[in-house]
Write a protein that binds this ligand. Structure first.
Ligand code: DLL
Length: 432
């Protein structure tokens, strides 16, 4: 079912006109209200009045995650703080998180776009949706929540964790839809099996999975094990949250990016130059209607390509292909975004540790596993005994959990035992 037929099947020439009007508007607003943008536009030698076609987009400056961090917490807001009705923040940051603020209108649009997304996945007002995305500063839980309500479905706000209970609720409440990370879906399958429950025999029929990378093979596995149709959803907190792009049930190939609100481009991540449709590169998004934190040419760091070919579902919005990775070193561990520098910052803060460390991310069963090996400094090692070492490992593990929200297996190792690098250190091994 198409949730908003008029807007989702808008002819492309009309869409381009709408985008241009909105782009001009958005540029006027950020130039007038956000000092960061005024400076960036001035430095790029362009004024909002000079934007006459969508091609002029390429003349505008990029915005990066670091710009949001620099403006922590509220400097990137384009409206008075009092007009903001909700905050979210990126998970897992030591010092400065990325804070995003929404006006009432932003929240309404988010719910609409999330409802569009759930409908594109095949869910309707008749469905009961088990929402296991985390509720809180993370956008997953509340994003899916209000989208499901907007659709008129019944939302079951389970949030993350408590897996045994989740299995029981899935069975007892008879959910027909589920929203969570793809790895958690497989974890639920295992927990259900251990409890003697076969999810294939439950009424569950559709899953909307995202927030972390996954593959076609994983889709096939989820579909087989849970006996459902598994759809891909994309989003990021800076731009809105879940529901920026969504796969449709008809083609299940690429995610329609809601172009009446987000103007997508693909660039070469090294040179910054725009790439033609179909090429793989970094996705850059300009928000067209956001009031709280409008973003001009935001570098998502996600690698994908844009497909403008018509889709079987009749929606005219372009599709982004399954994400192929990132152009930075951000890791997503059990749905939590973690930068290696954040781990490093915690390690160097701890007395007696050397700056030599190794991070290994692997997958055990269906769960991500984070292991951190770090060397003792020379003087610490001589004086320390085994039980002290274990105590320190626990302390470090706790600090990582407290600051970053992820569980890590920490091992302190002897000085000089980890590999040294002559060139660029390759301290992170992602073997998932
Ligand atoms: O993960 C929002 C979200 C919630 C999306 C629920 C989908 C479902 P952040 O925590 O800001 O927001 O993380 C955003 O996660 O830049 C991608 O690298 C990654 N990501 C999100 N969806 C997908 C996906 C939410 N379908 C970052 N496939 C993004 C691969 C994804 N990676």
């Amino acid at each position: 079912m198409i949730f908003d037929v008029v807007r989702e099947t808008i002819p492309r020439d009309e869409l381009a006109e709408l985008q241009l009007t909105r782009l001009k508007n958005q540029c006027d607003r950020v130039y007038a209200n956000v000092p960061f943008y005024r400076k960036a536009f001035d430095e790029a030698g362009i004024s909002p009045a000079e934007i006459r076609s969508l091609d002029d987009l390429a003349r505008l400056p990029f915005t990066e995650k670091q710009d949001l961090r620099n403006g922590y917490p509220y400097q990137m807001f384009a409206v008075p703080k009092q007009t903001i009705v909700r905050l979210h923040a990126s998970s897992g940051t030591t010092g400065k998180a990325t804070v995003v603020g929404y006006t009432n209108r932003d929240l309404k649009i988010w719910a609409d776009l999330m409802a569009r997304s759930l409908a594109a996945a095949g869910l309707t007002s008749q469905d009961f949706i088990h929402n296991a995305y985390g509720y809180g500063l993370f956008t997953g839980g509340l994003g899916a929540h209000y989208g499901a309500e907007r659709l008129g479905a019944t939302i079951i706000p389970v949030s993350g964790g408590g897996t045994k209970r989740q299995v029981q609720l899935l069975r007892d409440f008879g959910a027909t839809g589920i929203t969570c990370t793809p790895s958690y879906a497989l974890y639920l399958y295992e927990a259900a099996r251990a409890a003697g429950i076969d999810i294939r025999e439950l009424p569950l029929r559709i899953g909307v999975f995202g927030a972390e990378p996954w593959t076609e093979e994983m889709r096939a596995e989820i579909e087989r094990k849970l006996g459902i149709s598994a759809l891909n959803i994309y989003g990021l907190s800076e731009v809105m949250g879940p529901g920026v792009a969504q796969e449709c049930a008809e083609s299940k190939s690429g995610m329609h990016i809601w172009e009446d609100h987000f103007l997508p481009e693909i660039i070469n991540p090294v040179t910054g130059e725009s790439l033609p449709a179909g090429s793989a590169g970094e996705l850059v998004i300009t928000t067209l209607t956001k009031e709280g934190i409008p973003l001009i040419r935001y570098r998502t760091r996600d690698i994908t390509s844009l497909d403008y070919t018509p889709c079987a579902c009749g929606r005219t919005h372009a599709r982004i292909t399954r994400l192929q990775g990132r152009s930075d070193d951000m890791l997503i561990i059990r749905g939590v975004n973690v930068f290696p520098q954040q781990i490093e910052a915690i390690l160097v803060d701890m007395e007696g540790l050397s700056p030599h460390y190794e991070i290994v991310v692997s997958r055990e069963g269906n769960l991500d596993h984070l292991e951190i090996k770090v060397e003792f400094s020379e003087d610490m090692f001589i004086s320390d005994e085994i039980r002290h070492i274990q105590k320190r490992e626990k302390g470090l593990q706790k600090a990582i959990k407290d600051y970053l929200g992820v569980t890590a297996n920490v091992r302190l190792v002897e000085p000089q035992s980890l590999k040294r690098y002559e060139g660029k250190a390759a301290r992170v091994k992602d073997i998932r």
